[in-house]
Every structure is written in C-alpha cells, then in structure tokens.
Design a protein around this ligand. Structure first.
Ligand SMILES: Nc1nc2c(ncn2[C@@H]2O[C@H](COP(=O)(O)OP(=O)(O)OP(=O)(O)O)[C@@H](O)[C@H]2O)c(=O)[nH]1
Ligand SMILES: [Mg+2]
Length: 165
C-alpha cells in the first residue's frame, strides 16, 4: 500500500529534469549568462560579473518552475578544454551556444566549434539556441541578419547581453 501511494505521489509531483549544456568559445560570456540566469531565477544567487573567472572545470546552475527542473552545465571554452564537451553530450537535452557578437575575430573559431558540436551523434535532434551575446546597439561588427547567415546551421538566434540582463 505504501509503495502504491508513494508511486502515485511521485507520478503526480515529480518534475521532469532537463539538462542544458552551455557551450561556446572562451570569453563568449557563458558563465556571465549562467550567473545572470541564477540571479534572476534564484533571487539573490549569482556572481557579479567582476567575480567571474575563466572556467576550467564545470559550473552548474539549477532552476525550477512549476513543471520542470532545468540543470545548466557551463563548460570552459578555451581550445584545450573543448575535448571535455563531448563527455556531456549523451545526457544533454538541449544546447545553448553563446557567441560574442561584438568580436568578429572570434566568429570563425565559434562557427567551426559549433559545427563540430552539431556533427556529434549524441546530439542528433537536440534543440539548439544560439545566443548572440555582448550586443551594444550600433557597435556590432555584423548585423543580426549577417550573424544569422554566418551561423546558418542554427535553429534560433537570440540577441542579448548577459551582463546587463
Ligand atoms: N560588455 C559585455 N561583457 C560581457 C558580457 N557577457 C560577458 N562579458 C564579459 O566577457 C568576459 C568573459 O566572460 P565569461 O562569462 O567569463 O566568458 P566564458 O564564455 O564563460 O569564458 P570561458 O569560461 O573562458 O569559456 C568577462 O570579462 C565578462 O565580464 C556582456 O553581455 N556584455
Ligand atoms: Mg566560463
């Protein structure tokens, strides 16, 4: 009887957990974005931008709403650290790929790193959001449309600034 009641309770109240992998080349603003998300959804949590250092391991953020739990995995984007990314692909449900929209010099690297991510078997069918970060009005090297063309393999390109919200 207890196990039946427990099973019913779990069925009704258990929330589905989704794993979102935050990827992108170094200095794109991944950790700043994660900390911003935390500060918005976890009231009071979240590091200020001046306390964020380049990521070597993994940063984790968990947020929860009425229906689901989201677990964000933020990995280091330096070239030598990108081999670690694929260890997380199998358990990832979605990819949030951050680019520094103000740094034209990083676009080629960001694009080829993204293409490599998308070629991986374990991510077939996983939704992808490309987050064009660090947007300062009128100062972008490329317009949002140009960025869309450059990253033409994307499904949806969102423009924003992680540090300002
Ligand atoms: N102006 C501006 N600066 C930003 C923004 N987001 C991040 N930065 C800055 O960009 C730099 C790199 O940010 P991080 O969040 O550490 O970048 P990252 O992608 O996590 O880098 P790695 O951990 O090395 O892969 C820091 O100096 C941030 O303050 C933004 O939206 N606007
Ligand atoms: Mg980082």
């Amino acid at each position: 009887m207890f196990s039946l009641a427990y099973g019913l309770w779990k069925y009704i109240f258990n929330k589905t957990e989704f794993h979102v992998l935050i990827l992108g080349v170094d200095k794109a603003g991944k950790t700043t974005l994660l900390e911003k998300i935390k500060s918005i959804y976890l009231k009071g949590e979240g590091l200020a931008p001046d306390r964020i250092v380049p990521t070597v391991g993994l940063n984790i953020g968990r947020i929860e709403d009425a229906n689901a739990k989201l677990v964000f995995w933020d990995l280091g984007g330096q070239a030598g650290l990108r081999t670690i990314w694929e260890k997380y692909y199998q358990e990832a449900h979605a990819i949030l790929y951050v680019i520094d929209a103000a740094a034209a010099s990083s676009f080629d690297d960001a694009k080829s790193a993204l293409e490599k991510v998308l070629r991986h078997e374990d991510l077939k069918g996983a939704p992808l959001l490309i987050f064009a970060n660090k947007q300062v009005k009128f100062l972008l090297p490329l317009s949002l449309n140009d960025l869309k063309l450059l990253f033409s393999s994307c499904y949806l390109l969102e423009h924003h600034t992680a540090s300002l919200g």
